[in-house]
Design a protein around this ligand. Structure first.
Ligand SMILES: [Zn+2]
Length: 379
């Protein structure tokens, strides 16, 4: 059984695990869950989804998770592509095979499980696309009504999933920031619980499994570098939290060196890259965000401070790629691996290549890139 408290990531304000919280009432920054029990690596559950790690996740005593078989995604080694890029070893972790075809399933499985536990009347989310599809699916699985605010420019296969599972889809002119304002207003007026990225503490918890699985798939060790295509930042934040937990709990040896966390963004929307280069602790919103990698079109992420902290603490890096480079490397990733790469995965490969070519990523490195969604979502 897991026990935890909630702690503000900025001011340290604490709330009990039973509290239904959004952002911190004192400073409006994200809460994170702090697991106070010590899960045992030898006692993982015999199930093949994120709830294999249930003792490391915020699951109340006797509670059944809201699950659609998320996680446990393949880690595929790509020797030919490693040679092509110029690193020692290269893997892709393929999140396209999740329910609703993106990594967002992990966080929303955890967040909807907790929200159902709190008895919320409904769930609302602003989305660049994939999080809306995931929330719609998990809301349906939990029997909780869902409203999704998405840009009208969201790829139509994603919008079709949201409609198909019965969510109330509201199209918004503009980007996810505009959708966020509409979702906040609706949550305030109608009492729906807002599960926007890092506006509640539990999506980050589900995303920790991106790291637990990686460690287990590499026989309980970590790669040198993780390259993560980053929009709202919840993947990076969840993984960075999980690496520290695994060492604290004895899942990994004390002397384990954490991977360098590399944030990959698109030239047309790169607020975290710009802030990292400026040495800033937070990011200023990107003006007129444009990229065909819809998941990266997040101009003002709430988790900016936490992502920038993870990059700095890990000795990591951040870079952005052109639309042409993203297209080229999406095709290369798909054709070299046989996985249905999304533009976000192509962006991660393009940035890996740029960092190797410019000498910022060592050629002796073992690198894992994340393909966070599915190419089919964009066709
Ligand atoms: Zn606070």
């Amino acid at each position: 059984m897991t026990t935890w408290i909630l702690r503000c990531s900025a001011c340290g304000h604490e709330e009990p695990s039973a509290a239904r919280v959004g952002t911190c009432p004192r400073c409006n920054q994200p809460f994170l869950a702090e697991i106070t029990s010590t899960p045992d690596r030898a006692a993982l559950r015999p199930r093949w989804d994120i709830w294999r790690y249930a003792d490391a996740l915020p699951l109340a005593a006797g509670e059944t998770p809201v699950s659609l078989g998320e996680g446990f995604t393949p880690l595929v080694e790509l020797p030919q592509l490693a040679k092509d890029v110029g690193v020692r070893r290269l893997w892709v972790k393929d999140e396209a095979v999740n329910p609703t075809a993106s990594f967002k399933a992990r966080g929303l499985s955890a967040a909807v499980t907790r929200a159902r536990g709190h008895g919320v009347p409904g769930l609302v989310v602003p989305t660049a696309g994939n999080a809306g599809a995931a929330l719609a699916a998990y809301g349906a699985a939990a029997g909780v009504p869902v409203r999704v605010y998405a840009p009208a420019t969201t790829p139509s296969p994603i919008l079709e999933i949201i409609r198909a599972v019965g969510a109330d889809l509201q199209l918004v002119d503009g980007h996810i920031g505009d959708a966020g304002k509409a979702a906040t207003a609706f949550a305030a007026s109608d009492g729906y619980f807002n599960v926007a990225t890092l506006r509640e503490p539990y999506r980050a918890e589900g995303n920790k499994t991106l790291a637990y699985e990686l460690a287990e798939q590499l026989e309980w060790r970590l790669p040198d570098v993780v390259v993560y295509p980053t929009g709202g930042g919840e993947g990076v934040i969840g993984m960075w939290k999980a690496f520290a937990e695994m060492v604290r709990w004895g899942w990994l040896p004390k002397e384990t060196r954490f991977p360098r966390m590399v944030v990959a963004q698109a030239d047309g929307c790169a607020p975290l890259v710009r802030a990292f280069r400026a040495g800033a602790e937070s990011a200023t919103p990107w003006e007129n965000p444009t990229t065909h990698a819809a998941g990266l079109r997040v101009p003002g992420p709430l988790g900016d401070r936490l992502v920038l902290r993870a990059i700095r603490e890990s000795g990591g890096d951040a870079d952005s790629a052109t639309e042409d480079a993203i297209r080229r490397d999406t095709h290369r990733l798909a054709s070299a691996s046989g996985i249905d790469a999304a533009p976000e995965g192509g962006c991660a490969l393009a940035v890996t290549r740029q960092l190797v070519d410019s000498g910022r990523l060592d050629r002796t490195s073992e690198v894992v890139i994340y393909n966070t969604g599915s190419g089919a979502s964009y066709r």
